[in-house]
Design a protein around this ligand. Sequence first.
Ligand code: CTP
Ligand code: MG
Length: 448
Amino acid sequence: MTTRPDDPVRGAPAAPRGHRALVVVAAGSGTRLGFGMPKAAVRLRERTLLDHALQAVTAELGLELIVLVLPSDPAVHQELAAAGTAAAARTGADVVITTGGTTRTASVASGTHAVAEHAQLKGWDPAEVHVLVHDAARALTPAEVFQRVAEAAEASAVAVVPAVPVTDTIKEVTDSQGPGERAVATLNRAALRAVQTPQGFSLSLLQRLSKHAAAAGEEAGEQFTDEAMIAEHLGVDVVVVPGHPRALKITTETDLITAQGLLDAQQAPAVAEPEAHPPAPRVGIGHDIHAFADADEPAELWLAGLHWPGQRGLAGHSDGDAVAHACCAALFSAAGMGDLGTHFGADTVGTARPEMAGASGAGMLAEAARLVRQAGYRIGSISVQFIGSRPKLAPRREEAQRVLSEAAGAPVAVSATTSDGLGFAGRGEGIMATATAVLIPSGHSALR
Ligand code: CTP
Ligand code: MG
């Protein structure tokens, strides 16, 4: 049987038709959670809910654009924006960051506006742009739901929502809460669904929905709890596809505890077997040195997975990110799998692989991490230090750690030092980075 690339039911995920964009609304205040901070910035296992929400967004989803709609508070805005840098490095999508409004509807409108501007810039037809609108609060939504909604939206459905059957008996009650409240009807459970996100729309429809919501006024905006509800108001067909129990909306502290439990269950080994001799961790070391590019062949500076606008770049066949490369080398060293040259080729001896031209440091680190995992290791941690008089790391250290940790799928600590003016680093001729990595043999490799 052959699988057609546009067949959403069978086989591999269908390739995107037109252009795929994602809007993540993360501008809410999290009042019901009660942590005194915007919900998207609340941490679950040391990562923000927005970080978790973006975990499901992989390169396979084929997104060309990700719009993050963030709270206006500058400190929170800056902290959450780092998740965008990491998502861009991981998926190759353009990332646009914008500020939300006072209601969810207003925040979606702000995200829609950003998609429309980008589409215009790229010359995309709004009818050919499919937009997934997702709540950061549904932080554990699996990738398969994104794929399902995107495929259904592209297969001519006008509006698409993921949903799950409800398990409670749902009753309609009188309006007044408290002792006066009475049940007036029991709804037919078989016909009820709990609706989730991401919801899929063409950009042209989403623009229509935003316009309708704006015309209805702010009070009505508060009543619209999702975009599909506006579509229903307009008589637009809304297609329902299967959602997922993990796509629960984290609203209260109880939901946060449930989400924590789901994460714990995912990490716990299926059967905890006591090991007589737990395998010893393996330590690796890696160095990388890149010279600054000649003035007649200027390059952009990429270091520690970040772009450093306006700074003189490093020479190299790839993007010259010595910090990321040292991390790769340390991983290979710890696994006893050779070095950078073994896996990616080396410019100095003329074995650089053509496909590595301009390759991003974060991308190479993700690939190195994949290779050592495939060889049967779990990555404990990586620590990397670069020696150079510039760029100044301190203001962007957190961002660099986040991007590299995301790429490696394990904690990466980044530090920097100068060489007191001595040597090539002191003379500003280049940068040297040294990394160490700890790997834990996980004992399930077919390769060892
Ligand atoms: N949202 C938003 N802008 C708003 C309100 C909500 O971007 N003005 C986003 C939230 O960040 C969340 C999603 O919409 O990802 C769903 O909203 P909800 O769960 O209600 O989150 P909050 O509004 O933050 O929570 P609360 O209502 O308890 O304040
Ligand atoms: Mg809300």
